[in-house]
Design a protein. Structure first.
Length: 326
């Protein structure tokens, strides 16, 4: 796939073939593949990842409602109802929809109900972290608890701890917490950097939490736009190179591409390419295969909304990295 006829493909399931089948069926209004997939999903990290992707597809239809009507005692259907409720509330909030408070309350109640029905499942707590973003003024006490370490902001640490009890270092939980940190008062992203390095400091080898610092690097780069000549130096700075190597050696060497987030793989390839570590980047591009993601490549273009430009940067980075190895 190193030839000039290579064309990348975006799919939220990435290399997860079974999830891709379920997503395709969902898009045609069928829920049986989703139910079968979730019935054989064997760990909480994969469970949260798959339910997140499925909910993003199902939120625009009534397919989960149909599943619940057919199988009212299905715990997985209850979880997906919660996921869809949270997705709709978050989308309404982003769009400034007048029904946001109502949808927020419905989603919050769905999280609490699901936590009672499936107490070992981290997904309800992950979803409560997602809903914490809607509390923009931090009015709820559970969203402004004291942090567990120095240099960390106040936030929904109790909710994160509940997710951690059920699935330590759950990828989505820590990404939701990072989003909460970014949604705080405007200012330099030092709070985010402190959080991700604190999180990575206790994560075991193979945890996707080790990739979080790369997301903060991308956000710093995005915020610094306007200094075009200096921006490329961002990726060869000591801290950026260190974060890229840390993710490579502490996460990627243990990762299974079929169970890895396509976003994580793309962020690592992007960081290594930007750091001029082409041989290491080539290994990650091999793992990516055809399943690219628009981010973070879009932030290296003059118009981040133009997917074609992002694809062009991805292909250039891939070709440069593979050529260096060959």
């Amino acid at each position: 796939m190193a030839g000039g006829d290579f064309r990348p493909v975006y799919h939220p399931a990435g290399h997860d073939n079974a999830l891709r089948v379920a997503v395709q069926d969902l898009r045609t209004g069928r829920w049986v593949s989703m139910a079968q997939l979730l019935a054989r999903t064997d760990d909480w990290g994969l469970w949260t990842q798959r339910t997140q992707v499925l909910a993003a597809v199902a939120a625009g239809s009534d397919v989960v409602q149909a599943w619940r009507a057919e199988e009212p005692h299905s715990v997985a259907a209850v979880v997906m109802h919660m996921r869809v409720s949270v997705k709709r509330a978050v989308r309404a909030h982003r769009a400034g929809h007048p029904r946001t408070p109502e949808l927020w309350q419905e989603a919050w109640q769905a999280c609490r109900t699901t936590a009672g029905i499936s107490p070992a499942d981290p997904a309800p707590w992950v979803c409560l972290l997602a809903l914490s973003l809607l509390d923009e003024h931090r009015q709820m006490e559970e969203h402004r608890l004291a942090p567990p370490g120095p240099m960390l902001p106040h936030g929904p640490w109790g909710i994160l701890a509940e997710a951690d009890k059920r699935d330590p270092h759950n990828r989505e939980a820590y990404h939701r917490m990072l989003q909460f940190v970014y949604a705080g008062p405007p200012g330099p992203p030092s709070g985010a950097a402190n959080f991700v390095h604190w999180a990575a400091g206790s994560a075991p080898p193979g945890s996707a939490v080790h990739v979080l610092p790369l997301y903060v690097q991308v956000e710093r780069y995005r915020r610094e736009r306007g200094q075009e000549r200096a921006l490329d130096l961002h990726w060869v700075a000591e801290d950026a190179v260190r974060d890229a190597h840390h993710a490579l050696h502490t996460w990627f060497r243990y990762a299974d591409p079929e169970r890895s987030s396509p976003l994580d793989l793309n962020h690592l390839a992007h960081a290594l390419w930007g750091a001029l570590q082409f041989d290491e980047a080539a290994r990650v591009f091999d793992a990516i295969g055809r399943y690219w993601t628009t981010l973070p490549w879009a932030h290296r273009t003059r118009d981040p909304a133009d997917q074609a430009l992002a694809e062009e940067v991805f292909l250039q980075a891939r070709s440069r990295s593979l050529a260096d190895r060959n």
